[in-house]
Design a protein around this ligand. Structure first.
Ligand code: GTQ
Length: 348
Protein backbone atom coordinates (compact mmCIF):
# COMPACT_ATOMS: atom_id res chain seq x y z
CA UNK A 1 0.00 0.00 0.00
CA UNK A 2 1.36 3.45 -1.00
CA UNK A 3 1.81 6.09 1.68
CA UNK A 4 -1.10 8.08 0.26
CA UNK A 5 -3.43 5.11 0.56
CA UNK A 6 -2.29 4.49 4.10
CA UNK A 7 -2.94 8.13 5.00
CA UNK A 8 -6.41 8.02 3.49
CA UNK A 9 -7.28 4.74 5.14
CA UNK A 10 -6.09 6.06 8.50
CA UNK A 11 -8.12 9.28 8.08
CA UNK A 12 -11.24 7.23 7.35
CA UNK A 13 -10.61 5.04 10.34
CA UNK A 14 -10.22 8.11 12.55
CA UNK A 15 -13.45 9.49 11.12
CA UNK A 16 -15.44 6.44 12.16
CA UNK A 17 -14.13 6.97 15.69
CA UNK A 18 -15.17 10.63 15.76
CA UNK A 19 -11.56 11.77 15.44
CA UNK A 20 -9.58 13.92 13.06
CA UNK A 21 -5.81 14.35 12.86
CA UNK A 22 -4.19 17.78 13.23
CA UNK A 23 -0.72 17.84 11.72
CA UNK A 24 -0.57 21.57 10.95
CA UNK A 25 -0.22 20.96 7.24
CA UNK A 26 -0.56 23.46 4.40
CA UNK A 27 -4.37 23.37 4.47
CA UNK A 28 -4.59 24.71 8.00
CA UNK A 29 -1.94 27.32 7.25
CA UNK A 30 -4.25 28.54 4.51
CA UNK A 31 -7.05 29.20 6.93
CA UNK A 32 -5.19 30.44 9.98
CA UNK A 33 -2.21 32.72 9.69
CA UNK A 34 -0.51 35.57 11.49
CA UNK A 35 -3.26 38.06 10.57
CA UNK A 36 -7.03 37.67 10.88
CA UNK A 37 -8.63 36.38 7.70
CA UNK A 38 -12.22 37.02 6.81
CA UNK A 39 -14.70 35.73 4.27
CA UNK A 40 -16.56 39.05 4.47
CA UNK A 41 -16.34 41.29 1.43
CA UNK A 42 -16.57 45.05 1.22
CA UNK A 43 -19.83 46.01 -0.46
CA UNK A 44 -22.08 48.99 -1.10
CA UNK A 45 -25.87 48.97 -1.44
CA UNK A 46 -27.15 52.00 -3.34
CA UNK A 47 -30.16 53.88 -1.97
CA UNK A 48 -32.05 53.82 -5.28
CA UNK A 49 -31.93 49.99 -5.29
CA UNK A 50 -32.82 49.74 -1.61
CA UNK A 51 -35.72 52.17 -1.86
CA UNK A 52 -37.16 50.81 -5.10
CA UNK A 53 -37.00 47.25 -3.75
CA UNK A 54 -38.67 48.32 -0.51
CA UNK A 55 -41.49 50.12 -2.32
CA UNK A 56 -42.00 47.05 -4.49
CA UNK A 57 -42.05 44.87 -1.35
CA UNK A 58 -44.69 47.30 -0.05
CA UNK A 59 -46.83 46.64 -3.13
CA UNK A 60 -46.43 42.89 -3.05
CA UNK A 61 -46.22 41.94 0.63
CA UNK A 62 -48.78 42.91 3.22
CA UNK A 63 -48.30 42.64 6.98
CA UNK A 64 -50.10 40.23 9.27
CA UNK A 65 -50.77 36.64 8.35
CA UNK A 66 -47.42 35.06 7.52
CA UNK A 67 -45.51 38.35 7.44
CA UNK A 68 -44.20 39.57 10.77
CA UNK A 69 -42.22 42.45 9.28
CA UNK A 70 -41.50 43.96 5.84
CA UNK A 71 -37.74 43.94 5.85
CA UNK A 72 -34.92 43.62 3.31
CA UNK A 73 -31.71 42.08 4.65
CA UNK A 74 -28.41 43.43 3.38
CA UNK A 75 -26.52 40.23 2.62
CA UNK A 76 -22.74 40.34 2.49
CA UNK A 77 -21.58 38.85 -0.84
CA UNK A 78 -19.01 36.83 1.10
CA UNK A 79 -21.79 35.11 3.10
CA UNK A 80 -24.32 34.78 0.27
CA UNK A 81 -23.59 31.09 -0.34
CA UNK A 82 -24.06 29.96 3.25
CA UNK A 83 -26.80 27.39 3.57
CA UNK A 84 -29.06 28.92 6.19
CA UNK A 85 -30.77 32.28 5.77
CA UNK A 86 -29.99 33.06 9.39
CA UNK A 87 -26.25 32.86 8.63
CA UNK A 88 -26.38 35.24 5.68
CA UNK A 89 -25.77 38.43 7.62
CA UNK A 90 -24.36 41.78 6.63
CA UNK A 91 -21.35 40.58 8.59
CA UNK A 92 -20.65 37.28 10.38
CA UNK A 93 -22.06 38.83 13.61
CA UNK A 94 -24.57 41.50 12.62
CA UNK A 95 -27.52 42.11 10.36
CA UNK A 96 -28.49 45.44 8.86
CA UNK A 97 -31.92 45.61 7.26
CA UNK A 98 -34.21 48.27 5.83
CA UNK A 99 -37.86 48.21 6.86
CA UNK A 100 -40.98 49.81 5.40
CA UNK A 101 -44.19 50.53 7.29
CA UNK A 102 -47.12 52.04 5.41
CA UNK A 103 -49.82 54.29 6.89
CA UNK A 104 -52.41 52.32 8.81
CA UNK A 105 -50.17 49.29 9.24
CA UNK A 106 -49.27 47.48 12.44
CA UNK A 107 -46.25 45.22 12.77
CA UNK A 108 -47.28 42.91 15.61
CA UNK A 109 -45.34 42.58 18.84
CA UNK A 110 -42.72 40.01 19.64
CA UNK A 111 -39.52 39.69 21.62
CA UNK A 112 -36.18 37.95 21.25
CA UNK A 113 -32.89 37.58 23.04
CA UNK A 114 -30.93 39.35 20.31
CA UNK A 115 -30.61 43.10 20.64
CA UNK A 116 -32.02 45.41 18.00
CA UNK A 117 -32.15 49.08 17.16
CA UNK A 118 -33.92 51.30 14.64
CA UNK A 119 -32.40 54.33 12.98
CA UNK A 120 -35.07 56.33 11.18
CA UNK A 121 -34.12 57.47 7.71
CA UNK A 122 -37.29 58.62 5.97
CA UNK A 123 -40.69 59.92 7.01
CA UNK A 124 -42.36 60.71 10.30
CA UNK A 125 -45.39 60.00 12.43
CA UNK A 126 -44.97 56.31 12.95
CA UNK A 127 -44.17 54.86 16.34
CA UNK A 128 -42.67 51.84 17.93
CA UNK A 129 -43.98 50.38 21.16
CA UNK A 130 -41.30 48.92 23.41
CA UNK A 131 -42.41 47.33 26.69
CA UNK A 132 -45.73 49.15 26.38
CA UNK A 133 -44.14 52.54 25.86
CA UNK A 134 -45.00 54.38 22.69
CA UNK A 135 -42.00 56.06 21.10
CA UNK A 136 -42.48 58.38 18.14
CA UNK A 137 -40.08 57.75 15.25
CA UNK A 138 -38.58 60.75 13.51
CA UNK A 139 -35.71 61.07 11.04
CA UNK A 140 -32.32 60.64 12.65
CA UNK A 141 -33.67 59.12 15.89
CA UNK A 142 -32.04 56.00 17.22
CA UNK A 143 -34.35 53.72 19.23
CA UNK A 144 -33.12 50.63 21.07
CA UNK A 145 -35.03 47.46 21.78
CA UNK A 146 -32.77 45.70 24.27
CA UNK A 147 -32.91 41.89 24.41
CA UNK A 148 -36.23 40.41 25.57
CA UNK A 149 -38.21 43.65 25.42
CA UNK A 150 -41.61 43.29 23.71
CA UNK A 151 -41.81 45.48 20.64
CA UNK A 152 -44.10 46.21 17.72
CA UNK A 153 -44.51 49.09 15.30
CA UNK A 154 -47.47 51.17 14.19
CA UNK A 155 -48.10 53.92 11.69
CA UNK A 156 -50.92 56.41 11.46
CA UNK A 157 -49.13 58.99 9.34
CA UNK A 158 -46.61 58.79 6.46
CA UNK A 159 -44.82 55.83 4.92
CA UNK A 160 -41.76 55.30 7.06
CA UNK A 161 -38.41 53.75 6.25
CA UNK A 162 -35.86 52.83 8.87
CA UNK A 163 -32.76 50.79 9.34
CA UNK A 164 -32.69 47.89 11.77
CA UNK A 165 -29.49 46.58 13.27
CA UNK A 166 -29.35 43.27 15.07
CA UNK A 167 -26.78 40.97 16.64
CA UNK A 168 -28.85 37.93 15.64
CA UNK A 169 -26.12 36.48 13.43
CA UNK A 170 -23.76 36.24 16.41
CA UNK A 171 -26.43 34.74 18.67
CA UNK A 172 -27.29 32.26 15.97
CA UNK A 173 -23.68 31.12 15.66
CA UNK A 174 -23.54 30.77 19.45
CA UNK A 175 -26.68 28.59 19.09
CA UNK A 176 -28.49 30.46 21.85
CA UNK A 177 -30.92 32.46 19.73
CA UNK A 178 -34.57 32.68 20.82
CA UNK A 179 -37.70 34.44 19.60
CA UNK A 180 -41.36 34.48 20.64
CA UNK A 181 -44.59 36.13 19.47
CA UNK A 182 -46.61 38.34 21.83
CA UNK A 183 -49.63 36.44 23.08
CA UNK A 184 -52.38 38.44 21.38
CA UNK A 185 -50.80 40.24 18.42
CA UNK A 186 -50.05 43.80 19.61
CA UNK A 187 -49.00 44.68 23.16
CA UNK A 188 -51.16 47.27 24.92
CA UNK A 189 -49.77 50.78 25.15
CA UNK A 190 -49.27 52.03 28.71
CA UNK A 191 -51.46 54.91 29.79
CA UNK A 192 -48.94 56.52 32.14
CA UNK A 193 -46.27 57.92 29.87
CA UNK A 194 -43.13 57.84 31.98
CA UNK A 195 -40.79 56.42 29.44
CA UNK A 196 -37.12 55.88 30.09
CA UNK A 197 -36.91 57.02 26.50
CA UNK A 198 -37.45 60.46 27.93
CA UNK A 199 -34.91 60.55 30.72
CA UNK A 200 -33.33 63.96 30.79
CA UNK A 201 -29.56 64.03 30.51
CA UNK A 202 -27.71 61.86 33.01
CA UNK A 203 -30.47 61.53 35.63
CA UNK A 204 -32.40 58.28 35.80
CA UNK A 205 -35.25 57.00 37.99
CA UNK A 206 -33.81 54.90 40.83
CA UNK A 207 -36.80 52.55 40.94
CA UNK A 208 -36.34 51.39 37.34
CA UNK A 209 -34.45 48.10 37.46
CA UNK A 210 -34.32 46.77 33.96
CA UNK A 211 -33.05 48.48 30.86
CA UNK A 212 -36.21 49.71 29.23
CA UNK A 213 -36.69 51.32 25.88
CA UNK A 214 -34.13 53.96 25.01
CA UNK A 215 -34.33 56.67 22.40
CA UNK A 216 -31.73 59.16 21.22
CA UNK A 217 -33.42 62.10 19.51
CA UNK A 218 -31.78 63.44 16.37
CA UNK A 219 -31.93 67.06 17.57
CA UNK A 220 -29.72 66.27 20.57
CA UNK A 221 -27.35 64.06 18.58
CA UNK A 222 -26.89 66.70 15.92
CA UNK A 223 -26.37 69.41 18.51
CA UNK A 224 -23.55 67.37 20.06
CA UNK A 225 -21.92 66.89 16.66
CA UNK A 226 -22.13 70.62 16.00
CA UNK A 227 -20.69 71.45 19.44
CA UNK A 228 -17.66 69.38 18.54
CA UNK A 229 -17.33 70.71 15.00
CA UNK A 230 -14.24 72.79 15.77
CA UNK A 231 -12.50 70.04 17.77
CA UNK A 232 -9.68 67.86 16.41
CA UNK A 233 -11.95 64.85 16.17
CA UNK A 234 -10.62 61.35 15.60
CA UNK A 235 -7.85 61.15 12.97
CA UNK A 236 -9.58 58.05 11.57
CA UNK A 237 -13.25 59.01 11.85
CA UNK A 238 -13.66 62.77 12.13
CA UNK A 239 -16.18 63.99 14.70
CA UNK A 240 -17.31 60.54 15.76
CA UNK A 241 -19.71 59.73 18.60
CA UNK A 242 -20.74 56.47 20.15
CA UNK A 243 -24.30 56.16 21.45
CA UNK A 244 -23.68 55.40 25.12
CA UNK A 245 -26.03 53.18 27.05
CA UNK A 246 -27.18 55.52 29.83
CA UNK A 247 -27.89 52.70 32.26
CA UNK A 248 -24.27 51.59 32.63
CA UNK A 249 -22.32 54.17 30.62
CA UNK A 250 -21.03 51.40 28.38
CA UNK A 251 -21.44 50.52 24.74
CA UNK A 252 -24.86 50.76 23.10
CA UNK A 253 -25.21 46.97 23.53
CA UNK A 254 -22.82 44.40 25.12
CA UNK A 255 -22.35 42.91 21.66
CA UNK A 256 -22.55 45.85 19.29
CA UNK A 257 -22.24 49.57 19.23
CA UNK A 258 -23.91 52.34 17.25
CA UNK A 259 -22.07 55.43 16.09
CA UNK A 260 -22.63 58.68 14.29
CA UNK A 261 -19.83 60.65 12.69
CA UNK A 262 -19.56 63.95 10.93
CA UNK A 263 -16.96 64.48 8.22
CA UNK A 264 -16.52 68.19 7.87
CA UNK A 265 -16.45 69.77 4.38
CA UNK A 266 -13.38 68.44 2.57
CA UNK A 267 -12.27 66.33 5.55
CA UNK A 268 -10.22 63.25 4.70
CA UNK A 269 -9.34 60.79 7.48
CA UNK A 270 -6.23 58.70 7.94
CA UNK A 271 -6.15 55.00 7.24
CA UNK A 272 -6.42 52.31 9.90
CA UNK A 273 -7.78 48.82 10.44
CA UNK A 274 -9.24 46.81 13.30
CA UNK A 275 -10.65 43.35 13.81
CA UNK A 276 -14.19 44.61 14.35
CA UNK A 277 -16.41 45.09 11.29
CA UNK A 278 -18.57 48.13 10.58
CA UNK A 279 -21.72 48.65 8.58
CA UNK A 280 -22.39 52.25 7.56
CA UNK A 281 -25.40 54.20 6.40
CA UNK A 282 -24.82 57.56 4.71
CA UNK A 283 -27.37 59.76 6.49
CA UNK A 284 -26.35 63.07 4.97
CA UNK A 285 -23.98 64.30 2.28
CA UNK A 286 -21.69 62.31 0.03
CA UNK A 287 -18.18 60.99 0.15
CA UNK A 288 -15.83 58.17 -0.58
CA UNK A 289 -14.52 55.38 1.62
CA UNK A 290 -11.37 53.63 0.45
CA UNK A 291 -11.38 49.98 1.54
CA UNK A 292 -8.20 48.00 0.89
CA UNK A 293 -7.29 50.40 -1.89
CA UNK A 294 -10.66 50.34 -3.64
CA UNK A 295 -12.89 53.42 -3.74
CA UNK A 296 -16.53 53.15 -2.65
CA UNK A 297 -18.39 56.34 -3.45
CA UNK A 298 -21.46 56.92 -1.34
CA UNK A 299 -24.36 59.31 -1.33
CA UNK A 300 -27.27 59.91 1.03
CA UNK A 301 -29.12 56.66 1.70
CA UNK A 302 -26.38 54.23 0.63
CA UNK A 303 -25.19 51.51 3.01
CA UNK A 304 -21.78 49.86 2.93
CA UNK A 305 -19.71 47.40 4.90
CA UNK A 306 -16.07 47.59 5.97
CA UNK A 307 -14.96 44.04 6.82
CA UNK A 308 -12.66 43.36 9.76
CA UNK A 309 -8.95 43.98 9.24
CA UNK A 310 -9.51 45.96 6.01
CA UNK A 311 -7.56 49.17 5.70
CA UNK A 312 -9.98 52.04 5.36
CA UNK A 313 -10.30 55.82 5.32
CA UNK A 314 -13.17 58.22 4.66
CA UNK A 315 -13.47 61.44 2.75
CA UNK A 316 -16.19 64.05 2.47
CA UNK A 317 -16.22 65.02 -1.19
CA UNK A 318 -18.06 68.28 -0.68
CA UNK A 319 -16.18 71.53 -0.03
CA UNK A 320 -19.17 73.21 1.65
CA UNK A 321 -21.42 70.58 3.14
CA UNK A 322 -20.92 68.18 6.01
CA UNK A 323 -21.35 64.43 5.53
CA UNK A 324 -22.86 62.31 8.28
CA UNK A 325 -22.44 58.55 8.59
CA UNK A 326 -24.47 56.38 10.93
CA UNK A 327 -22.83 53.03 11.71
CA UNK A 328 -22.95 49.81 13.70
CA UNK A 329 -19.98 47.68 14.70
CA UNK A 330 -19.21 44.54 16.72
CA UNK A 331 -16.28 45.98 18.67
CA UNK A 332 -17.97 45.53 22.11
CA UNK A 333 -18.15 41.79 21.51
CA UNK A 334 -14.42 41.64 20.67
CA UNK A 335 -13.50 43.86 23.62
CA UNK A 336 -15.52 41.70 26.01
CA UNK A 337 -13.55 38.68 24.81
CA UNK A 338 -10.26 40.65 25.04
CA UNK A 339 -9.68 40.11 21.34
CA UNK A 340 -9.90 43.66 20.01
CA UNK A 341 -6.97 44.76 17.81
CA UNK A 342 -6.38 47.99 15.93
CA UNK A 343 -3.52 49.31 13.77
CA UNK A 344 -2.81 52.69 12.22
CA UNK A 345 -1.88 52.73 8.55
CA UNK A 346 1.32 54.12 7.09
CA UNK A 347 1.70 57.82 7.74
CA UNK A 348 -1.03 57.79 10.41
O1 GTQ B 1 -38.74 45.20 13.51
O2 GTQ B 1 -38.73 43.89 15.22
O3 GTQ B 1 -35.00 43.61 10.70
O4 GTQ B 1 -37.75 41.48 14.84
C1 GTQ B 1 -35.47 41.77 12.07
C2 GTQ B 1 -36.17 41.25 13.14
C3 GTQ B 1 -36.64 43.84 12.36
C4 GTQ B 1 -38.34 44.18 14.09
C5 GTQ B 1 -35.70 43.08 11.71
C6 GTQ B 1 -37.09 42.01 13.81
C7 GTQ B 1 -37.34 43.33 13.41
Amino acid sequence: MSDQNAVQEFDEQLGTRGLEGLWFNITEADIVGKEPRTTLMPHIWKWTDLYQSLLRAGDIHGLGGQAERRVLCLVNPGLRDLKMKRQRGTTHTMQMTVQLLKPGELARSHRHNFGAFRFIIKGRGAYTVVEGEKIVMEEGDLILTPPMTWHGHGNDAETLVWIDGLDNILLNSLQVISWEPYPGDFQPIKESFKSTAHWAGMARPVWEKAVGPLAYKWGETYQTLKHLEASDGSPFDGVALEYVNPVDGGHTFPTMSCGIQMLRPGEATQTHRHNSSTVYHAFRGSGVTVIDGKRYEWEKGDCFVVPLWSWHSHQNRSRNEEAILFSMNDRPMLEALKLYREEPGEGA
